[in-house]
Ligand binder design. Structure first.
Ligand code: DAH
Length: 340
């Protein structure tokens, strides 16, 4: 009976083995090819009496599936063995390589440093936890200046003299107190202000400070450096304009605008239709600041400038919400993969 044959075949197939690709191919031909055993059984199936068709049909299907699975299993085994025989190439890079990205603020900070270093400015650094002297007094802030107010400055409770620096101008003082001119420094760093966090303000952000002190440093030198910086950073068509302003540590003081790099100066939503956007504060170092920090203000003059890195980054990349910079959302950070 055909049915007994099927049971035997089931057992036979279960125990199949193949050592080589040819052996495996022989087995496939024997059981599964057009002229193979299973196909023969299928033709015989026509002769099976009607009442047995259901039972035998099921067995036949089972046999066919089993034969196919077995051949596939032997094949997979066989391929694995073949692979195991290949020596791994240890010089190959592991794929995929997960590339990290620089933070947008670091990309822009590095660019600012590059531009100023081409003009001979060198990096300087100072502490974020500072004292009142370096942040305010040595920078010519009056005793009752509003910037010292509790609303702006984070104080360390047990030490009212110790604060989180509110600007990188403190590094000017840190450098001048131990260095005589010529001084040409650039100081990037984090600063803190007691502000409610929103899309346009944060309790910490980043600044870059530049200071140049030497004989005969003039406002014309400042303007030239500003123009060079603006055109290197935002493109050679960029124009600048200076508006009179006030800072305790510079006299005269100015704020610099650049022609809006989004609309090219025609006026758009970003520049509120004016064609200009403010990017930094600057001025000639106040003689009091030189004196307070041990530099002869009769002999030397200087200029200083300070800018917010977030602001420059917003201009370059149109980041609308300041909070994105500190949330570490990788979807945001990955957007800068090609920017450095
Ligand atoms: N320290 C100022 C601020 O935080 C920025 C600044 C303005 C720095 C003028 C300077 C400067 O060096 O000359 O708003």
């Amino acid at each position: 009976m055909i049915i007994d044959n099927i049971d035997e075949l089931l057992k036979e197939i279960e125990g199949l083995k193949a050592q080589t690709a040819e052996e495996l191919e022989q087995l496939r031909i024997k059981y599964l090819s057009k002229k193979g055993i299973i196909n023969d059984l299928m033709s015989e199936f026509r002769l099976v009496p009607a009442e047995k068709k259901k039972e035998i049909g099921m067995k036949l299907n089972q046999l066919k599936t089993m034969a196919q699975d077995k051949i596939n299993e032997l094949k997979a085994n066989f391929e694995q063995k073949a692979e195991a025989g290949v020596k791994p190439d240890l010089t190959r890079t592991e794929y995929p390589v997960n590339l990290g990205t620089r933070h947008p603020l670091n990309i822009v900070r590095n660019e600012i440093i590059d531009i100023f270093s081409r003009l001979g400015f060198v990096l300087a650094d100072g502490p974020e936890v500072e004292d009142d002297w370096h942040v305010f007094s040595s920078m010519n802030f009056a005793e009752d200046h509003p910037a010292r107010d509790m609303q702006d400055t984070f104080f360390i409770e047990a030490h009212p003299d110790i604060i989180l620096r509110t600007h990188t101008s403190s590094v000017q003082s840190r450098v001048m107190e131990h260095t005589q001119p010529p001084i040409r420094i650039i100081c990037p760093g984090r600063v803190y202000r007691n502000e409610a966090i929103s899309y346009r303000a944060h309790c910490f952000f980043h600044q870059v400070e530049a200071l140049y002190v030497d004989r005969n440093v003039s406002f014309a030198d400042l303007k030239q450096v500003l123009l060079y910086f603006a055109q290197q950073m935002f493109g050679s068509e960029t124009r600048i304009r200076l508006r009179p302003s006030y800072f305790p540590f510079t006299e005269p003081s100015a704020e610099m605008d650049i022609s809006c790099n989004i609309c090219g100066g025609k006026g758009c939503q970003f520049c509120k239709g004016t064609g200009w956007v403010e990017i930094l504060g600057c001025g000639m170092v106040h003689p009091n600041v030189l004196k307070l920090n041990g530099i002869n203000s009769e002999e030397y003059t200087g200029f200083a400038l300070g800018m917010g890195i977030e602001r420059i980054t917003n201009l370059k990349y149109q980041v609308k919400d300041l909070r994105m910079f500190s949330e570490n959302d990788v979807r945001f950070l990955r957007e800068f993969q090609s920017a450095h």
